[in-house]
Ligand binder design. Structure first.
Ligand SMILES: *Cc1c(COP(=O)(O)O)cnc(C)c1O
Length: 398
């Protein structure tokens, strides 16, 4: 049984703050500063260039990938960590297209996170004419999977509404027509149980700075099914994925038979130090317990808001089994209302045009946080505090 009192104590959340934004940027584990200082003082400073061997930096994309694999049902040797999620989307969709060379349609949904769509648009510009990104409503994806489609690229949990796709159903349909699927786990990894091997996923990508708490700009990861690793096209053919990087050949040859071929170039080793410490928090935590707790907290939150906060309406599914681990409410004055909440140390965020979004992260959020958030929201609505001018000034990041 996971001990959430223990995990909560492992985070350094500022006094008096209720942090409901771990779905966007996880809070800092107490172990992060020491991990960073240790890297600086005992690795970079003392080892310098030797650190690639003596401190295992060179293989950290793989060793960290194996640790993340435990949280998403991936066997060892199927995930590497590095780069950004946007880059990993490009790489995975490109690799998917290379596996189905006779087709030209990439299918996605209109609820997908924009960068995922942008990266596909950029990728298709590099291809010859006739390639197409087709987007349909999330509910229409399953019927849009036809034998025209090469790659389906979806984010499992919608970043705005929290709606969760039926991963298994989509994969089965895709495979029945010979298409491959790229899953973006940005709002799944560390949020809900994921079984990449068990559901026969082809490709998955994700980031570590949301539910995995590896800090702003923490590295991304990519998963490739074991059955594809032998043949998969790396697409971004960098020297870190080469068969023999230190042979310095002028011709690219992907690392045979290993996930290493999806590596690209020199990773941010400093960010790996923080990621290592963030993953320690997950030792002894069962994602099924996280899921159970998350559902309890989401149900409490929704019930209280609906009872006490008129004018604020839930978006996304009511059935918690069809939801990830965040809750968004539509409200006409959503932006200033969220600013008012933040000024009272209840931290969520805002997603245009009108959604107040709250991440429910049981590692460090409990009932008292939920009730405090609703108390403040109720008061802000009652006093119309959101009308204050200072809450109506838009920042660059919402
Ligand atoms: C957060 C998020 C991203 C962000 O991509 P970066 O390259 O890390 O900026 C991409 N896709 C989805 C679905 C996300 O939720």
């Amino acid at each position: 049984m996971s001990d959430f009192t223990k995990t909560r104590a492992m985070f350094d959340i500022p006094e008096g703050m209720t942090y409901l934004n771990g779905n966007s940027l996880g809070p800092m584990p107490k172990a992060s500063p020491e991990a960073m200082m240790n890297f600086l003082n005992n690795e970079w400073r003392t080892e310098l260039i030797k650190g690639w061997n003596t401190k295992g930096w060179f293989m950290q994309p793989n060793t960290l990938g194996d640790r993340i694999g435990k949280l998403v049902g991936a066997p060892e040797g199927t995930i590497v960590v590095s780069d950004t999620l946007s880059i990993k989307v490009f790489q995975a969709v490109g690799a998917g297209l290379a596996l189905v060379p006779d087709r030209k349609v990439v299918l996605s949904d209109t609820g997908n996170f924009p960068t995922d769509l942008y990266m596909v648009q950029g990728l298709l510009k590099l291809k010859e004419d006739g390639f197409e990104l087709r987007t349909v409503a999330p509910e229409a994806v399953i019927d849009a999977i036809t034998d025209e489609v090469a790659v389906i690229t979806l984010t499992e949990v919608d970043y705005r509404t929290g709606r969760k796709h039926d991963m298994k159903a989509i994969i089965d349909k895709a495979h029945s027509v010979g298409a491959v699927v790229v899953w973006d786990l940005a709002h799944s990894a560390g949020a809900i149980p994921v079984d990449l091997a068990g559901t026969d996923v082809d490709f998955a990508v994700g980031c570590t700075y949301k539910f995995l708490n590896a800090g702003p700009g923490g590295p991304a990861f990519i998963y490739v099914a074991p059955r594809l690793i032998e043949t998969v096209e790396p697409v971004l053919s960098g020297w870190y994925g080469h068969e023999a990087p230190f042979a310095f050949d002028t011709d690219y040859r992907p690392m045979p038979g290993k996930i290493d071929r999806m590596r690209i170039g020199t990773p941010s080793i400093a960010s790996f130090a923080i990621l290592e410490a963030a993953l320690d928090v997950w030792e002894g935590v069962d994602l099924n317990d996280v899921r159970t707790r998350s559902i309890e907290l989401m149900e409490l939150f929704i019930k209280e808001v609906e009872a006490r906060c008129p004018g604020v309406t839930l978006t996304g599914p009511r059935d918690m089994n069809e939801r990830g681990s965040h809750v968004s409410f539509k409200f006409e004055h959503g932006y200033p209302c969220m600013q008012a909440l933040i000024s009272r140390k209840v931290i969520g965020d805002f997603r245009a045009p009108d959604m107040m979004r709250f991440g429910i992260t049981p590692l460090f959020v409990d009932e008292a946080d939920i009730l405090r958030a609703v108390d403040e929201l109720e008061d802000i609505l009652k006093t119309e505090a959101y009308k204050e001018e200072r809450f109506n000034i838009r920042s660059a990041v919402t």
